[in-house]
Design a binder for this molecule. Structure first.
Ligand code: SF4
Length: 435
């Protein structure tokens, strides 16, 4: 590993100096896709908003998916469920609406702890015919102010499973209160983060003198943050295009930044807020240097094992470009292909500048063609969805399940080592198996 392979210049000038992949051609594919649907987002969202309930309006397949994906999370009372609509309900939509209303009434009567109820749409044709936004309005009239009822789609017709979170957060934006007249600037961090990570960021912003700071989603339904022209927002996740648009429609301004993954990304992300608040360079350095040093030390432990390893990303979560940037710049990984379901050039502009120019960027999927490229490239590690992992392992390729990246706290300085470790683990396991 050469020392020069890794540089930590997160100043805007430093990032602008290299254009990286900003103008690189993108291989666009529109074929068969292998991804989970947006219902999957319920698995992490129901842990985040602690008094919300997610009622999937779907088929038995949807119920099975949610049960098997989230069934391991044991609560005294579950925070998600499925109202199953089957074919015979097609006979009368009026009856289906009535049934849904009864189901919601029963649920809310039994569970007074629920303060926010999401009706989550799915893709079976029986469900598409139901107008869930009207159902949410109708039920809201009946249950407000005790319970706010919203709807969004978690349908598998969308391009990827993280769009479930985007749709959920976008449905919250119109519900957020307006800022007070002449409100002071506030910072909104957008995207579900583990509570422990949220607390770490809150402390860092306090040290920087940036605030007031709010988070979307909030931990409690009543704590929806105020939104308006004085709101500056930082995306914590790269898959929130609809939410960002909804915030901008209400006058909020996005701060352009890399995503807070790894020492470099976290520093660049905090710097974007610090610059907007005019934080002096010395104060920024004082507040961030200890965390950055801890992150660098933690990543260093895995650097020797990851350095020079060739990686191939299948498109799955939209987290691929920032994670690829972290692996290339902080761990010395060689990127072969970085696939992502959707490449949002504006939100990823700071990331693309930092991706090596040699990377093959692909957007969308044509799974057979991509498998052919992967087999020809024979990467040391392939990051992909669950459905592709087992066949590739059987062909002798080491794989990493990309869904783990949304279930594991990976953001911020204190999690940088864990993020590197996630990629080291399958390589380590394969190395041991060979011995
Ligand atoms: S929403 Fe569609 S893709 Fe998702 S589990 Fe239900 S039927 Fe399957």
């Amino acid at each position: 590993m050469s020392e020069t392979a890794y540089s930590l210049d997160v100043s805007p000038a430093g990032r602008a100096a290299g254009k990286g992949c900003s103008d690189a051609p993108v291989l666009k594919e529109r074929g068969q896709r292998e991804v989970f649907c947006g219902l999957t987002g319920i698995v992490w969202m129901h842990r985040k908003i602690q008094d919300a309930f997610f009622l999937v309006v779907g088929s038995r397949t949807c119920a099975h998916l949610i049960q098997s994906a989230a069934g391991v999370m044991i609560f005294a009372e579950p925070r998600f469920g499925t109202a199953i609509i089957d074919e015979r309900d097609l006979a009368g939509l009026a009856d289906a609406n009535e049934e849904l209303d009864k189901c919601v009434d029963r649920l809310l009567a039994r569970r007074p702890d629920i303060k926010m109820l999401f009706l989550v749409g799915s893709c079976p044709s029986e469900v598409i015919k139901l107008d869930l936004s009207r159902a949410a309005q109708r039920l809201s009239r009946r249950h407000m102010p005790d319970v706010r009822i919203l709807n969004y789609s978690g349908s598998g017709i969308e391009t990827t499973f993280t769009q479930g979170e985007d749709a959920c957060l976008a449905s919250l934006v119109p519900e957020a209160p307006a800022e007070a007249a002449n409100a002071e600037p506030s910072l909104l961090v957008v995207g579900a983060l583990a509570d422990v990570v949220e607390d770490q960021f809150r402390r860092l912003f306090e040290r920087l003198g940036v605030g007031p700071v709010h988070f979307l989603p909030p931990r409690r339904a009543k704590d929806l943050p105020p939104v308006g022209p004085s709101t500056r927002f930082l995306l914590a996740q790269p898959f929130l295009a609809d939410t960002a648009r909804a915030l901008e429609d209400r006058g909020a301004v996005r701060l352009s930044a890399p995503f807070p993954l790894g020492a470099e990304g976290t520093t660049g992300w905090l710097k974007a807020a610090a610059d907007a608040w005019g934080v002096p360079a010395a104060r920024f350095e004082e507040a961030t240097a200890p965390g950055r040093a801890r992150a660098e030390r933690a990543v260093e432990r895995y650097r020797a094992a990851l350095d020079g390893k060739r990686l191939f990303f299948f498109p799955d979560s939209q987290l691929e470009p920032p994670i690829a940037r972290f692996l290339a710049r902080e761990c010395g990984v060689e990127l072969i292909e970085v696939g992502t379901p959707f490449l949002h050039r504006e939100h990823l502009s700071e990331e693309l500048k930092m991706l090596p120019e040699t990377v093959r960027l692909s957007e969308g999927q044509d799974v057979d063609r991509q498998l052919d490229r992967c087999r020809a490239d024979r990467p040391d590690l392939t990051v992909c969805g669950l459905g592709l992992a087992n066949p590739l392992e059987a062909e002798g390729l080491a794989t990493k399940w990309s869904i783990e990246l949304v279930f594991t706290p990976i953001h911020g300085y204190e999690q940088a080592g864990d993020l590197a470790e996630l990629f080291n683990r399958p390589l380590d396991r394969r190395g041991r198996l060979k011995v």
